[in-house]
Design a protein around this ligand. Structure first.
Ligand code: LFR
Length: 477
């Protein structure tokens, strides 16, 4: 018998990839077949995703995949969507969650509806770009629309003609009832949003459909290829592939964002949790991803862009020699959210908070990494405190796990061992959910075990000056 092959389409905020995986008993080989940049485009004052460009790359990736492909699954960043009219035509180009159209909207909605109701129902962290606030900001666009599809669901619709809302990603909209697992009629009504837009929910592992004939013809994939729903929120896929070997683990899914938290069997919806702005997003098998969005490597990525993309390894090597914990920022300050000149914002923030201004690029990079490590510490400790879940190891997965200095600083700051990797946790979680749906692997524990046994991981024991980290954490508070 041959080892079945699955494909993951994984779209991140700065790049996308199509990976294939051969999965069998004790085997998990991941191969990248196509990688492409994801560059937001500003036109007439609005920041958009180039969604047709991304779809073109999805088709290119399928064309490059081996013919024995059994199934393909799609994941992407959360919250963003496209609107379809009654004929399935896309109405307008999907807008980027960092666009300014939501400025002030969340504050208005919170004042009108009340934090308590919003949090009790959705369990979601208050982030200005949650789908619900985008919809309120774009109310006028909704009139002609019949269907709202989140990004992975929209791409799956283009591939198969089938509509639906995959549950883990739906949990990031702010409109899903976290306890009932259904769209919240209460919130939809309170906000005066057209409920008809929200399609039926689908579970990770459900087969969505087969390629449209023209898609099969254009890409050469088999007519019987399964397009399978995965944990289509990239963070949910990443958490599914955390190579945990104990239940007492925390995770940091580290890329453009750092998603820092724990996995729970049930949501935490109390007042303390709401005030700490923790989210209860949906994971696979009814698990709750109890976490907080930390601004993440966006600060570094956006600085690199401002500098014209110099050599990163050289810069990181220099940053390693910069004295620790001199200049610090709170990465979660909303001033860092929009695109634009990041080094100046970082420098001004340091000065405002009474820290020395970072002057060289290496100093800026060191400031970002020290500050992120501190944010990882603060957030993980809060997750532990608010959930009561004990943590003895931190799994740092995603692109950030390549950053040796960040992994080491995170171990030191958290005072816990950090297991770094896999880099491609999201793609792994994507293919593993498909493999399970097609009977190749067992439950979540077995999926994680397979990742732990087959992928290269690095372990960082905590070291450094624990008192200095504690003091820096206090100073930032
Ligand atoms: C990470 C992520 C986060 C989400 C942010 C915006 O890629 O999906 O989980 O909060 O992007 O969608």
């Amino acid at each position: 018998t041959t080892t079945p092959t699955f494909a993951a389409v994984d779209l991140g905020a700065s790049s996308g990839r199509v990976m294939t995986a051969r999965i069998g008993a004790g085997t998990l080989d991941l191969t990248e077949v196509h990688r492409f940049p994801n560059r937001p485009v500003r036109a007439n004052g609005t920041l958009y995703w180039d969604l047709l460009g991304l779809y073109g790359n999805v088709l290119d990736g399928l064309r490059a995949a081996p013919p024995e492909l059994v199934s393909v699954g799609i994941d992407s960043w959360a919250v963003d969507y496209g609107l379809l009219d009654g004929n399935g035509t896309l109405l307008g180009n999907p807008v980027h969650y960092r666009d300014t159209r939501t400025d002030g909207v969340m504050e208005r909605v919170r004042a009108e509806v009340g934090d308590d109701l919003l949090y009790q129902v959705s369990g979601l962290q208050f982030l200005p770009f949650n789908t619900v606030y985008q919809l309120v900001a774009a109310r006028a666009d909704l009139e002609r629309a019949e269907t709202l599809l989140l990004i992975p669901d929209l791409l799956a619709f283009w591939l198969t003609g089938q509509v639906g809302a995959e549950r883990t990603n739906a949990s990031t909209t702010g409109l899903l009832d976290v306890r009932e697992g259904v769209w919240s009629g209460t919130l939809i009504e309170r906000l005066g949003l057209p409920g008809r837009l929200l399609p039926g929910l689908r579970e990770p592992g459900e087969v969505i459909g087969r390629p449209r004939p023209e898609v099969a013809e254009e890409t050469g994939v088999a007519a019987g290829l399964a397009v399978t729903a995965v944990a289509s929120h990239d963070t949910a896929s990443a958490v599914a592939a955390v190579p945990a070997t104990t239940g007492r683990f925390g995770y940091i899914s580290c890329g453009t964002w750092s998603l820092v938290g724990v996995e729970l069997p049930a949501p935490v919806l109390g007042e303390e949790s709401r005030k700490a702005n923790f989210t209860n997003e949906g994971g696979v098998d009814g698990t709750v991803r109890y976490l907080r969005n930390v601004m993440g490597l966006w600060l570094l990525q956006e600085s690199m862009r401002a500098w014209g993309s110099p050599d990163l390894p050289a810069l990181l090597a220099e940053a390693e020699r910069v004295p620790a914990l001199r200049s610090l920022v709170d990465p979660d300050d909303p001033e860092f959210l929009p695109p634009g000149d990041m080094p100046s914002r970082i420098a001004a923030h340091c000065v405002r908070r009474g820290f020395p201004e970072p002057r060289t690029r290496a100093e800026v990079v060191r400031c970002v990494l020290d500050s992120l490590a501190l944010a990882h510490r603060r957030t993980l400790r809060e997750a532990v405190r608010l959930s009561g879940r004990e943590v003895e190891v931190v799994h740092l997965v995603g692109g950030g796990s390549r950053n040796d200095l960040l992994c080491r600083l995170t171990a030191d700051a958290c005072g816990l061992p950090v297991v770094a990797g896999p880099v491609e946790a999201t793609a792994l979680g994507n293919v593993l959910v498909q493999a399970r749906a097609h009977g190749v692997v067992g439950d979540l524990a077995e999926m994680r075990d397979l990742v732990a046994r087959t992928q290269t991981l690095r372990r960082y024991e905590p070291g450094g000056d624990a008192a200095a980290w504690a003091e820096a954490a206090d100073r930032l508070r």
